[in-house]
Design a protein around this ligand. Structure first.
Ligand code: ATP
Ligand code: MG
Length: 380
């Protein structure tokens, strides 16, 4: 008898002919996340198993965070001996209160009882050993699972997993990562769909500090853990901001700054084989996120721009940030380049022509090339 994890994968089931590829990626990612734990990982009968590590609880926590994992159940694997299995089920229900139900699945048809008979028999043994429990077959508080396969597997807890699709199955994108609450969440949402992400961050020293940059790298480290490390391109943005600030209509400076960000992100994405850009924008959150403003920034790139938070309220975004562990870092009070030169009255309904006209007052190409030349890439 030993402890194992039963790992269920959700959407990977839907993948038809590509299923073996998705499963292989998922198994590899689980192995990667368990490196150093001595666990072994294998696939059998549409289920992934993990066993053999001294600390299986730690393994369960790690595996839960792997994208593509729908849920994880800590389970016991044992010989298929009827009375021993029922005694073990009764032991596992000790300390559980309320109602329960036994669910059985017998893939090994040589086992003497069928699924229904086993459920009834095991249920009786559990009740005998734990008289305070009662059976509810419709809405039980606890489900005791018994599966008879190559071995017997027993579990009565199911921990929700991260969901999504296995990392690395959906291409690569570039995340515009500020130090705020939204963009790390946006990155997480897209990564969860199996997309590898790199990040670009625009920094404006000395207006933004080294600590502000370190905060962004820390955010990248937190979400980058989902893909085992993230590449962050840090772009020097001060000269561009100064030029915009000195030459352009104040109502348009924020918008023009965002258009420059898009243009530079587009270049970095293409240099790094990223097929899309990701931002943390949400309609109407600030002046630069009205539909008109988004329309003015979108046209600076021919790559798709993913805005997974576009329809989210701030409170919903905060909840996800707390869940993924970025919130505490995001609220550290360091300045962002966007907050340094904020105009008093940014245009909420900017016009594309006017934005383009304002930019003729700048040598955009030279500014962009200089920023790209000064870009530093860090692996976190
Ligand atoms: P966040 O919480 O992500 O900072 P925000 O609500 O503060 O978002 P803005 O400052 O308008 O919104 O930025 C909108 C989006 O533009 C961000 O979600 C991010 O994707 C991108 N962005 C803003 N500032 C930067 C920056 N300094 N470097 C990289 N991307 C940025
Ligand atoms: Mg911001």
């Amino acid at each position: 008898m030993r402890d194992v994890l039963l790992v269920r994968f959700g959407e990977v089931h839907l993948k038809g002919l590509n299923r073996p590829y998705f499963l292989k990626m998922l198994v590899n990612n689980i192995k990667k996340t368990l490196e150093g734990t001595h666990a072994s990982v294998w696939l059998s009968d549409s289920r992934i198993y993990v066993a053999g590590a001294p600390d299986m609880r730690d393994c369960a926590e790690r595996v839960r965070r792997v994208f593509g994992v729908y849920s994880v159940s800590p389970a016991v694997e044992m010989e298929k001996e009827l009375d021993a299995v029922c005694a073990q089920a009764a032991r596992m229900m000790q300390g559980v209160s309320g109602t329960f139900k036994v669910l059985c699945k017998r893939s090994d048809k040589r086992f003497p009882l069928n699924s229904q008979e086993l459920a009834v028999y095991a249920g009786e043994q559990i009740l005998n050993a734990n008289p305070s429990l009662s059976v509810d077959v419709h809405k039980p508080q606890t489900e005791m699972w018994i599966e008879i396969r190559d071995h017997a597997y027993l579990c009565n807890t199911e921990l929700p997993g991260a969901g999504g699709l296995p990392m690395g199955t959906a291409g690569r994108a570039l995340l515009l990562l500020s130090g705020g609450i939204d963009s790390p969440v946006a990155g997480y949402r897209i990564m969860r769909r199996g997309v590898n992400c790199q990040a670009v961050h625009f920094a404006s020293p000395p207006y933004t500090s080294e600590r502000a940059k370190q905060k962004v790298l820390e955010l990248a480290r937190i979400i980058g853990a989902y893909e085992y490390g993230m590449r962050v391109h840090v772009v020097p943005f001060t000269d561009i901001q100064m030029a915009i600030h000195e030459n352009c209509d104040p109502e348009y400076t924020t918008l023009i700054m965002r258009r420059f960000m898009m243009r530079i992100a587009d270049r970095i994405a293409k240099q790094n084989a990223c097929q899309a850009l990701i931002t943390g924008e949400s309609i109407g959150q600030v002046a630069s996120q009205t539909m008109e403003a988004l329309g003015c920034t979108d046209i600076m790139t021919d790559l798709p721009v993913f805005r997974p938070l576009i329809g989210h309220d701030k409170l919903e975004i905060i909840r996800i940030a707390e869940h993924i562990g970025t919130y505490e870092t995001s609220i550290l009070p360091y300045e962002d380049c966007c907050t340094v030169f904020t105009p008093r009255h940014p245009a909420t309904k900017p016009k594309k022509d006017k934005a383009a006209y304002e930019e003729t007052k700048l040598d955009a190409d030279a500014l962009i090339n200089a920023a790209l030349a000064g870009t530093e890439t860090v692996l976190v």
